[in-house]
Design a protein around this ligand. Sequence first.
Ligand code: FAD
Ligand code: 5PR
Length: 380
Amino acid sequence: MATGQRHAEISGGGFAGLTAAAALARMGWSVRVHERAADLRTEGAGIVLWNNSLQVIDKLGGTHDLMSRSMTPPAYETRMNNVIQSQETLDGIRWRTLTRSHLHQTLLFAAREAGAEVVAGSEVVSATPEGRITFANGDSAEADLIVGADGVGSAVRDSLGVPLERQRSGDGITRFLVPRRKAELQELEPETEWDNVIDFWNLEPRVLRVLYTPANKDELYIALMSPAADADGSRVPIDLDLWTSVFPQLAPVLADAAKTPGKYYGYQTTRLQSWTHGKIALIGDAAHAMCPALAQGAGTAMQNAWTLAEAATAAGSGELPAALTEWERLERPYTDRAQDRSQWYADTREMSKGGQFVGESVETACYNPTDPNRHEVHAL
Ligand code: FAD
Ligand code: 5PR
């Protein structure tokens, strides 16, 4: 470590932790990331990123890599009982669809290239506001800044005893990455633009939904939603006969999904009394897990990782706790609103009517966390 160089220890090598690592390292910090899992990879299938996180990737030098295997579908289409409700072209809003593994690799590369050390198989058990972090193997370390980016079950957060409010929704989702099979789908439904994101809703007689999201030219992300109370709808591996009977136009890709075990995730929102504690800042699902309706869980994680790195870098070391408190005061309202909006969509299923991406629903998507004037531009 160079003399005078400040040091950050980060718990969690997911999207939040890797973004914070890449940002801090680029801003001159020495950085070490601890990932509990034995290897550095991500679970899950596809993801949608919007301007707020794409701006951060620009700053991290990851855009070329990200663009190489991602796409912007021509429209975000919503259907009810297979009748088109809307085809939103999201004009002027930057958005990309991709696989989670591609995003993870992009961020891991950016973090390492910036000089961050990323250690797999290293589990964090606790941290203190004074800046000590402790690991499952009994070791501990001191840091100027500790970032708790260890997901919805955060050990850093729980070791602090921060009051947490958890709201669970009745719906949940099983996600798959399968081959596109565009030609076969085109044959089944020739009129359809199969490069679109298509949100297929059925509310009557039974709540079942398939969110169809092309992730690149070869891979398709499909998310199958049903209420947790519907045992057959939420079963994994999926009940192929049930899903095919409701969505016959998706038969080939549903058949692929049925071949993988999958995991049903219930939606949840978590809110903390405070994201910061002395030298510790919590970001991503550790601080603000949200329902997926706006596709902003990872986006807000990355946005907050970037603004945290800037705020910590601007502060002198003695001023860090106050700077973190100020960072939360300025940045948190954007994430709070994204959480509230996502929760509202999850509870009301209003997006099934189409026209989802207007007004408040695109505030987060349009946000630019790297714009120094952002608080004036986006003041509500
Ligand atoms: P995580 O991805 O959970 O990463 C935490 C990391 O910390 C993991 O690697 C974990 O192994 C590690 N870890 C945990 N505990 C420890 C420990 N004690 N010590 C060391 N390491 C530890 N978001 C979007 O932006 N767009 C979408 O399209 C989207 N779709 C979604 C669909 C569904 C169904 C769901 C459930 C979520 C979706 N999200 C989406 C949300 C997004 O997946 C999460 O918000 C995002 O992954 C959070 O990133 P994170 O880094 O905070 O947490
Ligand atoms: N958008 C995305 C997504 O994965 C989900 C939702 C919206 C990208 C579900 O997983 O509305 O639930 C949603």
